[in-house]
Design a protein around this ligand. Structure first.
Ligand SMILES: CC(C)(COP(=O)(O)OP(=O)(O)OC[C@H]1O[C@@H](n2cnc3c(N)ncnc32)[C@H](O)[C@@H]1OP(=O)(O)O)[C@@H](O)C(=O)NCCC(=O)NCCS
Length: 149
């Protein structure tokens, strides 16, 4: 397994990016400024994008594993790589997601804990209703992971 940073042509991975964020102009808000990483285990398995929020805080903006490769530990491995890469340099990594129990469980298993909510984020920022596992997303739920003291 290896993780590589993508410096140019990040849109080459648009299909994966759109698994986690279906509206392309929302992806455009963070893709250029974000640092993108791709995970290979022989073939491409997944990607993640992290942006800087401040000198002490960063945010995981997008993470996706290829549909036929999910549930095999690649997502958790990619997040562990990101913690090693970013926590230390930054005090806190945030991730925002819809209020979907399975995704919240995934992030908690990876070491995040719930932080705060942004009311109506999905209804205010997306043109079409975003439906995830049969539920319309409304609020953004933020989780956080902190550098060890
Ligand atoms: C969410 C996603 C990144 C998870 O990656 P993954 O490689 O499938 O997850 P992993 O196999 O690394 O799972 C890590 C842990 O989370 C748990 N987990 C993963 N998906 C889960 C789910 N849907 N429900 C409950 N637990 C889940 C696993 O059981 C595992 O637990 P363990 O550590 O006790 O074994 C991946 O499923 C994905 O790309 N989904 C589509 C895009 C998406 O929704 N991105 C997030 C947008 S906010």
């Amino acid at each position: 397994m290896k993780v590589e940073e993508v410096i140019s042509d990040k849109k080459e991975f648009l299909d994966l990016l759109r698994l986690a964020d279906e509206q392309e102009d929302m992806i455009d808000r963070y893709l250029n400024d974000g640092r993108m990483f791709v995970l290979y285990d022989e073939d491409l398995k997944g990607e993640a994008v992290v942006t800087e929020l401040s000198e002490t805080e960063c945010e995981l903006k997008n993470i996706a594993i290829m549909p036929n490769e999910q549930g095999k530990g690649y997502g958790k491995a990619l997040i562990q790589f990101l913690f090693d890469e970013f926590l230390g340099r930054y005090q806190t990594m945030y991730v925002g997601t819809g209020d979907v129990p399975s995704i919240l469980d995934f992030y908690k298993k990876c070491g995040f804990r719930e932080s705060h909510r942004v009311k109506n984020f999905f209804t205010d920022n997306y043109r079409e209703p975003i439906i995830d596992q049969g539920v319309q997303l409304v609020d953004m739920v933020y989780l956080r992971a902190d550098a060890k003291p």
